[in-house]
Design a protein around this ligand. Structure first.
Ligand SMILES: Cc1cc2nc3c(=O)[nH]c(=O)nc-3n(C[C@H](O)[C@H](O)[C@H](O)COP(=O)(O)OP(=O)(O)OC[C@H]3O[C@@H](n4cnc5c(N)ncnc54)[C@H](O)[C@@H]3O)c2cc1C
Ligand SMILES: Cc1cc2nc3c(=O)[nH]c(=O)nc-3n(C[C@H](O)[C@H](O)[C@H](O)COP(=O)(O)O)c2cc1C
Ligand code: SF4
Length: 642
C-alpha cells in the first residue's frame, strides 16, 4: 500500500474525534494493574526514550535523574528508562544511560529508589549495532552479547528495578535478527521466523533463569516495519505468542524502523493513534498486558486507547517531554492545562545530532525540577511582542512576581506562528498559541494588543526592564523585475490571508521549511505550484520524519520542486532562473511567493536608555524557530533581578 494511502486513514479503525470523552478518576485508565504481584497505580506509561543526558561513561547524572523524577512525581504509572545499553559496543548515543558494568550500579540503585517511590520502573535493555547486520556477527560475538543482556538484567534486578524490557524494535540488534529485511543469515539464526526469533527467545529464557520469577520481563517489538520485505503483523503476532509461552509478562507494540521512523514517532502529518491497531491485534492474540503507543498526545485519544480496549496500558513519549504532568493532568481531567506536544520531532532531531534532547515547547527539559525563584522586590517589566518568545518571557517573569505588561502590535497574539499554523497538519501550533496566551494571563500578565510600541512609549512607561521580542522581517530579494511587481507576495502574507485561487499558477521562491509547507498549502487548495531553492538542501531544519512525508505529499500533489535553482530575474509572471543544466525560463505565474528567509527586527532596542536594561530574545535576536524563541523568553525571565 503506498504510504500516502496508509496515512490517510487509521488502520485501527480507531478514529479519533474530539467528542465529549469521559473524564475523572472512575475510568479504567486510572485503575491499578497488578503484574507479578507489583501494583502499577494506573494504566499510563512513559514510553522508553533516550534523553541523551547521562554521563559519557553511561552513568546516571543529575539531569538524567531529574528528567525522570519530574515525570514519576506527576503520576506516571510505569516508567521505562529508554534504550539503556548492555555492552559498550551497543551504545548508540554519546550520552545514553548504560547498565553495562558494575561501575554504574550505585547510580542506578539510587535512581530506582528515587523513582520507585512514585512509579513502577523498568529498564529497557538495548544493544544498538551501528552499521553491522546479523550476518556480520560470528557465533562467538553473539554469545558475548547474549551474556551482556543477561548480566545487565541481573544488575537491573540487583539495583531494585521492577521490570526489564527487551528492546527488540526500531533497528536495534534484536530487531535486526527478527527482521527478514535485515537478517540474511543462513544458519540457525536466519531464514524462518522460528530461526530469526531464536536469539530473542534464547535471551528471554536466559534472563528468566538468571533473574528468577519475581522480576517483570517485557518485550518491545516493531509489530510492523512498513518496508516491503520487513516484519509483518502476522509474524510478530506469532512471536508474541511464543514469548508469552516463555513467561514474558507484557508486550509493548511499537512500529517502524529507521527508514520508516515516521511510524515510530509519528510527526504532525500522521494521524493520532495510528499504531494502536497493532496493540489491538496483539491484545487479541495474547493474554499478557499489552502497551499501545503512537501520538496519544491529546487526552481524548490517550484515554480512548485504554477505555476502548486497544491496549491495556497507554504509552506516551513526546507528550511527557512536552509536559511532564501530562498523565496527572489527564487523570485529573485538567485537559486544558496541558502544554501540547506539536509532534514536530525537534526532540528527535537533537538526539540524532548527538545532542541532549530538548523540546520546542518545554524550556525546562534539561532543568526539569526548576521552581520559579521569587524576585526580591517589585519589578515592572515591559515585554514587546507577543510571539512565542514574548509570551514565554512574560509568563515566566510574572510567575516570579514581576508586574508584566506585554504589548503586541497585531490584533492577536502569536506572532509569526499565526502564519506558521496555516499549512496542512499544523493545527497543534494554534493550540500552542492558545496555551501560551492562557498561561500568561493565568500568571497575571497584562496583555495589550493592537499597539506598536515605540521608543517614546518606553520612556513614558519607564519600566524597570524591557524585553524586546519583536521577531523578524522578510528579507527582500534583489533581482530585476521584483520591485513593484504586483504578482509578488510574502509567504507570511499569503498564509495569513489564507486565500488561494483555484487553478492559479504559483511559484514559491525558497525551499526551506516555510516554502515547502506553503507549497503544500497552495496545492492542497487547488493552486498549481513550482518551488525553486537556490541550494541543494530542501526543508532545512526539519526532521527527516517530516521532510520525507512532506516531499512525498508534494510529489502526490504534482508540485515541481527544483533544488539548485537560483532566481535571476522576473519579467511580469515569467521567472528566469539558473539551474545546474543552464538558464531556464519558468512560468508564467500568477503569483510569486517569496520565502527566502528573515532578518531580525530589533530596532526598538537600539538607542534605548541603558537604564531599561533591554534584553533581545527570539527571532529579534536571530531568526530561528519556536525552540529558541521559547527558551530565550524563559531564560530572560529567569535572569531578571529586582
Ligand atoms: C510560514 C512560517 C512557518 C513557520 N513554522 C514553524 C514551525 O513549524 N516550527 C517552528 O519552530 N518555527 C516555525 N516558524 C518560525 C517561528 O514562527 C519563529 O521562529 C517564531 O515565531 C519566533 O518567535 P518570536 O516571538 O521571536 O517572534 P515572532 O513570532 O515574529 O513575534 C514577534 C511579535 O512581535 C510583534 N512586534 C514587532 N514589533 C513590535 C512593536 N514595535 N510593538 C509591539 N509588537 C511588535 C510582532 O507583531 C509579532 O507578533 C515558522 C515561520 C514561518 C514564517
Ligand atoms: C527522543 C526520543 C527517543 C526515543 N528513544 C527510544 C528508545 O530508546 N527506545 C524505544 O523503544 N523507543 C524510543 N523512542 C520511541 C518512543 O518510545 C515512542 O514509541 C514514540 O515516540 C511514539 O510515541 P509518542 O507519539 O508518544 O512520542 C524514542 C522517541 C523519542 C522522541
Ligand atoms: S520537540 Fe516537538 S515533538 Fe518533541 S516533545 Fe517537544 S513539541 Fe513534542
Amino acid at each position: 500500500m503506498p504510504l500516502s494511502e496508509c496515512l490517510s486513514f487509521n488502520e485501527c479503525g480507531f478514529l479519533w474525534s474530539p467528542g465529549p470523552g469521559r473524564k475523572g478518576v472512575d475510568m479504567l485508565i486510572s485503575s491499578p494493574l497488578v503484574i507479578k504481584g507489583r501494583v502499577f497505580p494506573n494504566r499510563c506509561s512513559m514510553s522508553p526514550m533516550v534523553p541523551n543526558c547521562a554521563g559519557e561513561d553511561g552513568s546516571v547524572t543529575e539531569a538524567y535523574r531529574n528528567f525522570y523524577l519530574a515525570r514519576a512525581r506527576a503520576r506516571v504509572g510505569y516508567i521505562v528508562l529508554g534504550g539503556v545499553y548492555v555492552h559498550e559496543n551497543g551504545k548508540g548515543f554519546p550520552r545514553q544511560l548504560g547498565i553495562h558494568s558494575d561501575a554504574v550500579k550505585t547510580g542506578l540503585s539510587e535512581l530506582a529508589q528515587a523513582l520507585g517511590k512514585y512509579s513502577r520502573v523498568g529498564v529497557q535493555l538495548s544493544f544498538k549495532s551501528l552499521q553491522r547486520l546479523p550476518e556480520d556477527f560470528k557465533e562467538s560475538e553473539i554469545a558475548v552479547c547474549r551474556k551482556a543482556f543477561v548480566e545487565a538484567a541481573v544488575r537491573a534486578r540487583d539495583c531494585g528495578f521492577d521490570a526489564i524490557e527487551l528492546h527488540a524494535c526500531h533497528d536495534y540488534w534484536l530487531n535486526f535478527f527478527l527482521s527478514p529485511h535485515f537478517n540474511h543469515r543462513r544458519d540457525a539464526y536466519g531464514g524462518s521466523l522460528e530461526n530469526r526469533s531464536r536469539l530473542l527467545r534464547e535471551i528471554v529464557r536466559d534472563i528468566r533463569s538468571a533473574v528468577g520469577d519475581s522480576m517483570i520481563l517485557g518485550v518491545r517489538l516493531s509489530m510492523e516495519e512498513f518496508v516491503e520485505d520487513g516484519l509483518t503483523l502476522s509474524e510478530t503476532l506469532q512471536v508474541g505468542t511464543w514469548l508469552e509461552k516463555l513467561g514474558v509478562d507484557y508486550l509493548s507494540a511499537s512500529g517502524g524502523i529507521g527508514k520508516t521512523q515516521h511510524r515510530m514517532s509519528p510527526p504532525m502529518e500522521v494521524p493520532r493513534g495510528s499504531l494502536l491497531y497493532l496493540a489491538e491485534a496483539l491484545k487479541r492474540s495474547v493474554s499478557v498486558p499489552v502497551i499501545g503507543v503512537g501520538r496519544l498526545d491529546r487526552p481524548e485519544v490517550f484515554r480512548k486507547a485504554v477505555e476502548e480496549g486497544c491496549a491495556d496500558i497507554a504509552g506516551v513519549g513526546r507528550s511527557l517531554i512536552a509536559d511532564p504532568e501530562y498523565v496527572a493532568k489527564v487523570l485529573d481531567g485538567r485537559d486544558e492545562d496541558i502544554r501540547p506536544c506539536l509532534a514536530c520531532n525537534y526532540c528527535l532531531l537533537c538526539l540524532h545530532r548527538g545532542e541532549d534532547v530538548r523540546c520546542a515547547v518545554n524550556p525546562l527539559v534539561g532543568r526539569d525540577l526548576y521552581r520559579p525563584v521569587p524576585l526580591r522586590g517589585r519589578l515592572n517589566v515591559l515585554v514587546v511582542g507577543a510571539g512565542p518568545a514574548g509570551l514565554a518571557a512574560a509568563a515566566a517573569a510574572a510567575e516570579r512576581g514581576a508586574a508584566v505588561r506585554l504589548v503586541e502590535k497585531d490584533a492577536v497574539p502569536g506572532g509569526m506562528l499565526n502564519a506558521g499554523k496555516v499549512p496542512p497538519h499544523k493545527e497543534p501550533i494554534q493550540e500552542f498559541i492558545d496555551y501560551l496566551v492562557k498561561r500568561a494571563a493565568a500568571c497575571g500578565v497584562e496583555i495589550v494588543t493592537g499597539h506598536a510600541v515605540e521608543a517614546s512609549d518606553i520612556r513614558a512607561l519607564a519600566p524597570d526592564r524591557v524585553i524586546v521580542a519583536t521577531g523578524s522581517a522578510s528579507i527582500a530579494l534583489r533581482a530585476d523585475g521584483l520591485e513593484g511587481n504586483e504578482r509578488v507576495v510574502l509567504v507570511e502574507s499569503l498564509l495569513r490571508s489564507g486565500r488561494i485561487s483555484t487553478g492559479g499558477r504559483y511559484i514559491v521562491v525558497g525551499g526551506g521549511a516555510a516554502g515547502l509547507e506553503t507549497a503544500e498549502f497552495i496545492a492542497e487548495n487547488g493552486g498549481s505550484v513550482t518551488v525553486i531553492e537556490m541550494t541543494e538542501t530542501l526543508g532545512r531544519g526539519l526532521h527527516a520524519t517530516r521532510l520525507n512525508l512532506m516531499l512525498e505529499n508534494l510529489a502526490r500533489l504534482n508540485v515541481a520542486v527544483m533544488p539548485n535553482t537560483r532566481l535571476v530575474s522576473v519579467d511580469g509572471g515569467a521567472v528566469r532562473a539558473e539551474t545546474p543544466g543552464g538558464p531556464v525560463v519558468l512560468g508564467p505565474f500568477d503569483t510569486i511567493v517569496m520565502a527566502v528567509g528573515y532578518r531580525s527586527e530589533a530596532t526598538l532596542s537600539r538607542g534605548l536608555d541603558p537604564r531599561f536594561a533591554a534584553t533581545v530574545i527570539g527571532d529579534a535576536l536571530q531568526p530561528r524557530s519556536i525552540y529558541e524563541a521559547v527558551k530565550e523568553g524563559f531564560d530572560a525571565a529567569v535572569a531578571l533581578k529586582a
